[in-house]
Write a protein that binds this ligand. Structure first.
Ligand code: FAD
Length: 417
């Protein structure tokens, strides 16, 4: 009997497995996908979560597949700088902010978990379809893609099974808490000439459409990078039912958003050209879930997107899953199963609920909306439109809330004009 069963071998589930292994606690990861393939596009891991990966001795391996982000710049659609700040080590953190291909990151964690825990502890093609618990144990029903069923028994069960969590539905009823804010995202990654110092992240836009782009890995030549981009825009009123079930793999097409990016004029990238040559474009409605009133029932709890799916602003979803894992691993190392899960929820549910709410009102990207509302045609001097204090309150306020604020003395910002 494995002390801990983890449903879902995504970012959160695999990091939890590695952390439990470090603490001498055996676990069994059950992943639904028949094989782990490098799915997804760009993802950011913020310094407070990278610190946890560094503690797992993963930093060198991460450096081979990712980019250490140097700066984040918020801009208008026409390329005027609103706010720029150093990130990660460049902001005084002991570890970097990491921009990576989500699938390559998952593959790295998967292979590391297999090597450290043993291949049998990390099972693909094992979809969790239900669970039952009694006073002494929890039994998990599992099904393969071919329809074979089986059961795994353990001390506790962690639902790290993502946005459409089977265990969340089992604990709390149907998955009816989904909220779409009416914004559609189109995403892709493509080999592209490096811009700036080759490690910068840009978020630009106006009240209608926004664009996020950043390099996530070395490219085919030294002066090229695998460059992640996201275009997002409101296409429906907030509260409208989402256009289909959220899927990370749903295909989109350039023609669907080409008119939305016509007005962008950024000095460092020709975004229609970048998006236009991207072979695989994905479409994703910006959905979250209402914060859950409870994550834990006895020996079963939730972690990561299963517990707190949030709008993807502020680059925080994966980082919060990793912080969940750290907290849960510590609790499980110190207490018996049900007590540990309750203590984990008491710590992490309020913290992540606050982030879900903050992301609903726009997260740090709100600085773009503020300037767009006050100076839709651009500005001469930024300080006649908004004070540095106003902008800092939004950007640094979010960093404080989400727990990745840089050490104050380390931040040096030349107010852009
Ligand atoms: C295919 C895919 C592509 C993604 N692409 C991006 C991206 O490009 N950018 C981005 O910011 N975020 C992306 N995400 C989401 C991102 O990984 C998460 O928001 C974040 O890392 C939190 O991690 P998590 O472990 O909670 O969830 P996830 O990383 O989503 O992992 C959940 C895992 O659970 C598995 N699973 C689901 N149901 C079951 C079940 N019943 N039994 C067993 N296993 C199950 C899934 O296959 C998945 O591997 C993607 C997620 C997936 C699954």
């Amino acid at each position: 009997m494995a002390p801990v069963i983890i449903a879902g071998g995504g970012i959160g589930g695999l990091v939890l497995a590695l952390m439990l292994h470090r603490r001498g606690i055996a676990c069994q990861v059950l992943e639904a996908a028949p094989s782990v393939r490098p799915l997804g596009v760009g993802i950011n891991i913020l310094p407070h979560a990278v610190r946890e990966l560094a503690d797992l001795d993963l930093l060198d391996a991460l450096d081979t597949i990712s980019i250490r982000t140097r700066t984040l710049t918020y801009m208008t659609q026409r390329g005027q700088t609103i706010w720029q700040e150093p990130r990660g080590c460049y902001a005084g953190h002991a570890v970097p902010q990491i921009s990576a291909h989500r699938g390559r990151l998952q593959s790295l964690l998967w292979q590391t978990a297999q090597a450290r825990l043993g291949a049998g502890a990390v099972r693909a093609d094992a979809r969790v379809i239900g669970a039952a618990q009694d006073a002494a144990s929890v039994t998990v029903a599992v099904r393969t893609a071919g329809g074979e069923t089986g059961a795994v028994t353990g001390d506790t069960l962690i639902g790290a099974d993502g946005i459409h969590s089977t265990l969340r539905a089992a604990l709390l009823g149907d998955d009816r808490l989904v909220r779409w804010n009416g914004i559609q995202m189109w995403r892709g990654a493509v080999d592209w000439p490096a811009f700036g110092s080759g490690d910068e992240m840009i978020i630009a836009g106006d009240a209608t459409a926004k664009l996020v782009f950043y390099p996530i890995a070395p490219g085919s030549e030294p002066d090229r990078r695998l460059t992640n981009w996201v275009v997002y825009a409101r296409i429906a009123d907030a509260g409208t039912p989402p256009p289909g079930r959220e899927s990370w793999s749903a295909r989109g097409a350039f023609a669907e958003f080409a008119p939305l990016i016509e007005g962008f004029a950024l000095p460092m990238v020709d975004i229609p050209a970048l998006a236009g040559v991207t072979a695989d474009i994905f479409r994703y409605p910006m959905c979250d879930r209402d914060p859950l009133p409870v994550w834990t029932q006895g020996r079963i709890t939730l972690l990561g997107d299963a517990a707190h799916s949030m709008y993807p602003v502020g680059s925080n979803g994966a980082s919060q899953a990793i912080l969940d894992a750290r907290c849960l691993a510590d609790c499980l190392a110190a207490q018996d199963g049900p007590t540990a899960l309750a203590q984990y929820e008491a710590e992490r549910r309020p913290a992540t609920t606050a982030i879900v709410h903050s992301n609903r009102i726009g997260g740090p990207e709100r600085v773009i909306d503020l300037i767009a509302a006050r100076a839709p045609a651009g500005f001469g001097r930024l300080d006649t439109i908004a004070t540095q204090e106003e902008l800092a309150a939004i950007v640094r306020g979010y960093a404080n809330l989400a727990g990745f604020a840089a050490p104050p003395a380390a931040i040096t910002i030349d107010a852009p004009r």
